[in-house]
Ligand binder design. Structure first.
Ligand code: ZN
Length: 363
């Protein structure tokens, strides 16, 4: 069932974004038994976890998100575990949420959808939607990178450019009447798909002390937290990892808003996320914290990640910038094990990357 995060009203599992009171909804499911008993071990992709993600097998999309690798590196006596989410079919972790969302939309016979996005969620929905014969309307801010816009056109999405920021784009998309609005900021099925990130990481790398998560709308943080909480309830982990939410300077929702804008973090430039209260609760319950990173810190971290062989987009570098900032403050205990997800591919906006890195251009 779906339950309202504010008033507690419940609804049957149909595709819907908000409660009548306007607040976001969450899927509530209870599992008993052992985690391993739920796994479909014949699969080495997201289908491994489907009994925990819900839905009807016949509706799952043809494109299947794979298991993404984990790369371990020892940095200043800390064990860092980079999870390469940018190797997903559409180049970002959003494919996990899209996969479950599309299955639900198909089950409910919805064929025309509307989404607003800074790029990655849009590309993911357009890719999966195209292969399933859906009509996909995408609202993006005009300043979205050219590379991402080109991919959306290749994927036959109907692109609506909004001359405004990320929040204005969200309002325009919600007002549009040409299809069912599927905002991943609200969509409870999207979060349910992201849960698989935590299951998968646990199977690959075991327990960790911290997870450093890029946090704009909070989909990755909330989805991962839900997955880790379930692993805790199954008795698989002793405690949920402490969540460190990374925000972009000038767009903070969890910290006082910085005066300068971090323009290298378009993916998390979301100052008013609808699930803010849930994000705060997850961070507090896990014993974590929020941290903001500047454009300069993001740029330096991005260059380092590329030199380490991780061809990610600049938003993804915010987590490594936060890691370095916290290392310099001796925040982590020696020997800590830290999950650092690398969420989006750098190949989508290679042109902009070249201009910034090779040409010395500042955006
Ligand atoms: Zn409600």
């Amino acid at each position: 069932m779906l339950r309202c995060t504010s008033c507690g009203n419940t609804y049957p599992e149909k595709f819907m974004l908000r409660c009548k009171c306007g607040a976001p909804l969450n899927l509530i499911r209870h599992y008993s038994g052992k985690f391993k008993d739920f796994l479909r071990t014949q699969f080495l992709d997201i289908r491994r976890y489907l009994p925990l993600l819900g839905g009807d097998l016949q509706f799952y999309p043809q494109i299947v998100p794979p298991l993404t690798p984990v790369v371990e590196k020892k940095i200043h006596n800390i064990i860092t575990l980079f999870k390469l989410e940018y190797l997903m079919p559409s180049g970002s972790f959003k494919d996990r949420g899209t996969y479950i969302t599309i299955a639900k939309l198909k089950e409910d016979k919805i064929k025309e959808v509307v989404l607003d996005s800074s790029g990655n969620a849009a590309i993911s929905l357009a890719l999966y939607g195209l292969s399933e014969g859906m009509k996909v309307h995408i609202f993006i801010p005009k300043h979205t990178s050219k590379g991402k816009k080109r991919i959306l056109k290749i994927l036959k999405a109907i692109v609506h450019e909004v001359d405004g920021d990320r929040m204005e784009t969200h309002i325009k998309a919600e007002e549009f009447k040409g299809g069912v609005y599927v905002s991943h900021w609200y969509n409870p099925y999207f979060l349910e798909g992201i849960k698989s990130f935590a299951y998968e990481f646990f199977e690959e790398a075991g327990e960790i002390d911290y997870a450093i998560i890029p946090t704009g709308s909070g989909t990755m943080l909330l989805g991962a937290y839900k997955g880790f909480e379930e692993l805790y309830k199954f008795g698989e982990i002793k405690t949920t990892p402490r969540l460190i939410a990374v925000q972009a300077e000038g767009y903070e929702s969890l910290l006082p808003m910085g005066k300068r804008k971090n323009r290298l973090a378009e993916g998390i430039a979301i100052p008013y996320p609808p699930r803010k209260e849930e994000i705060i609760e997850a961070i507090e319950k896990s014993g974590g914290m929020a941290i903001s990173v500047s454009e300069e810190e993001t740029m330096n971290a991005w260059k380092k990640l590329i030199s380490m062989g991780f061809l990610v987009e600049s938003t993804s570098a915010t987590v490594f910038a936060a890691f370095e900032k916290l290392i310099s403050k001796d925040y982590f205990e020696k020997g800590s094990r830290i999950l650092i997800p690398l969420t989006g591919s750098g190949l989508k906006n290679l042109g902009e990357m070249m201009e910034i890195i090779m040409g010395g251009k500042t955006i």
